[in-house]
Design a protein around this ligand. Structure first.
Ligand code: GLU
Length: 273
């Protein structure tokens, strides 16, 4: 029997709110029910937006809720070489290409229906080798050539606890960035590498990341990494039925605590008592 390993992987770009508490408690309980291990991972590749005080806040808030996790806590910013090694393998396999586009270039070339997140139009995938070589001194990202990658791996699928067996359709995400211009890696690449390196058997996270799993599954295929089981839980909604998010100024756990709300009340409200 393989021991269940779950994780909660917040980005320290703000204080945690109830939505984070729900996700962390769901992963923590899943590990507990299965006699498994629970990990906390700090996803701080975005050095421009991540702050040390928010890392401290994550520890404080989760401890207040009664969660315990294994030490040491993995911080992505301390493992950039792992993501660089994965990127190098993808480069060697010919499934990534440098992208020189600015945000404005992409917005101008994209043909997405108004309001939808535009897929990358593939501008830099079409560059000839000479142009590419000449431009390599310019700042560039690395994008996944989804069609080429999927042709190498063939059809893939994963198991979702709610929806069952899911056929991976990474082409619906387009040629996503795997290494940002400013970071040298991306959410997709680091999360996939880390879940494998840390032996995560069950990824418990919000359903807003369901579509990202198509890309993660493809990366697992390309990098010969194991595929965890996925549990995409529904997102908590606020009073108007809108999803809770930092930008909506949803009340943070720190604010609730300061108001004298006990952790038991939060757990009860979220269905964990
Ligand atoms: N770091 C991501 C976030 O804060 C979550 C990553 C994941 O659970 O896969 O949204």
């Amino acid at each position: 029997m393989i021991t269940v390993v779950t994780r909660f992987a917040p980005s320290p770009t703000g204080r945690l709110h109830l939505g984070h508490a729900f996700s962390a408690l769901t992963a923590f309980r899943f590990a507990g029910v299965h006699g498994g291990r629970f990990l906390l991972r700090i996803e701080d590749i975005d050095t421009g937006r991540c702050r040390a005080e928010f890392v401290d806040g994550i520890f404080e808030d989760l401890a207040w809720l009664g969660l315990t996790w294994e030490a040491p806590v993995r911080r992505q910013s301390e493992h950039m070489e792992d993501y660089a090694a994965a990127l190098a393998r993808l480069q060697a396999a010919g499934v990534v290409y440098p992208c020189f586009c600015t945000r404005a270039d992409i917005a101008a070339a994209a043909t997405a229906p108004h309001g939808a997140q535009p897929l990358y139009p593939g501008t830099c995938r079409a560059l000839d080798a000479q142009t590419r070589a000449r431009r390599m001194a310019e700042p560039h990202a690395w994008r996944l050539d989804v069609a080429r990658a999927a042709a190498i791996t063939g059809p893939l699928s994963w198991h979702d606890a709610v929806q069952g067996e899911i056929a991976a359709t990474p082409e619906t995400e387009g040629d996503v960035v795997l290494a940002r211009k400013d970071a040298g890696t991306s959410y997709h690449l680091s999360v996939t590498v880390d879940d494998a390196l840390q032996g995560v058997t069950d990824v418990v996270r919000g359903e807003d990341l369901f579509s990202a799993t198509h890309i993660h599954r493809l990366l697992q295929g390309l990098l010969s990494l194991p595929t965890p089981r996925y549990h995409h839980h529904p997102l908590l909604t606020g009073p108007e039925g809108k999803r809770l998010a930092k930008r909506d100024r949803a009340e943070t756990l720190a604010e609730l605590r300061a108001r004298g709300v006990p952790p038991e009340a939060i757990k009860h409200q979220l269905g964990f008592a």
